[in-house]
Design a protein around this ligand. Sequence first.
Ligand SMILES: NC(=O)c1ccc[n+]([C@@H]2O[C@H](COP(=O)([O-])OP(=O)(O)OC[C@H]3O[C@@H](n4cnc5c(N)ncnc54)[C@H](OP(=O)(O)O)[C@@H]3O)[C@@H](O)[C@H]2O)c1
Length: 313
Amino acid sequence: MALDPVDLAGSKILITGPSGQVAAPVVAELARVAAVTGLARFSKQEDRDRIEGLGASCVSVDLADPGGLRDVPNDFDYILNFAVVKTDSFDYDLAANGEGVGRLMLHCKNLKAFLHFSSTAVYEYAGHEPRREDSPLGDNHRVMFPTYSISKIAAETVCRFVARQYGVPTTIARLSVPYGDNGGWPYFHLMMMQQGVPIELHPEGPNYYNLLHVEDYLEKIPRLLAAATTDVTTVNFGGSDRTSIEEWCGYLQELTGIEPVFTENPQAFGSLCIDTTRMHELIGETAIDWTTGVRRLVESLAPELLKPETSNA
Ligand SMILES: NC(=O)c1ccc[n+]([C@@H]2O[C@H](COP(=O)([O-])OP(=O)(O)OC[C@H]3O[C@@H](n4cnc5c(N)ncnc54)[C@H](OP(=O)(O)O)[C@@H]3O)[C@@H](O)[C@H]2O)c1
């Protein structure tokens, strides 16, 4: 039986990376019921304005800075760590993504739970085999994001070390492909299709992933917090059903009439679907069917591209 969600109403929550694609809807949802603080560098004033507009307060911190948390309160009940940086600098990205997790946890050791968002990009490529939490790790995303997989693996390691050493209840959730009415990978593909830009596919198709709709991750986050233990719960986090780039681009074509152009590239990210066994045991199945989610994404972000017969307008 899946775990009951923790009740976040009235709690104090620190959300790092609040202006990002994945976290922004979480801030919007939680700031309605809890005292939410968003932490990022906020180099763009409009990001800070947007997050404050959602009802959260903001603190400007660079997680790569060893003294960056000096003036940040330390009495949070929960931390949701979404912050991530992807530059070409290993030094900077390991400091922000890896050491930054340790700094956050050490700053707030009395948390009820720490939820670290990792990525299935930590797994070694293994064709169509669904990746389990104990599958081999590897430098999966090197081609496009040189530091990403390595710094996400490093971040997990720092996170486990601090959790076990200092007794901080922690969950590490390895995200597959989050998407929703605010965007995500299928939206990038739609934009590429519209502009006639070829979409690169690994030759070992179909290229399977587990799209995770924003409504599902909003519903699951309080359950992931309930799953936190001081020995650290590590769990895949994606939609219950796998689908593929080929299938969702085909469905985008059905909705819009725009044909995707595919090119094969052995260097492209390959299949990265997940074994959902542990996820289902801990937090249950997801609810949003991927065709429903992809259709809603187009209706929200590019309604003008819908064919008249597929549009509800
Ligand atoms: N998007 C996906 O498809 C996907 C897939 C799998 C896993 N994930 C994971 O989900 C999480 C969120 O990803 P995302 O795509 O939403 O990220 P994103 O859009 O790139 O946003 C990153 C956030 O982190 C903040 N940030 C970056 N560098 C920072 C630093 N040095 N110190 C403090 N804050 C910093 C950014 O704000 P500032 O620039 O203002 O600092 C921004 O709010 C990440 O952990 C990522 O690994 C995402």
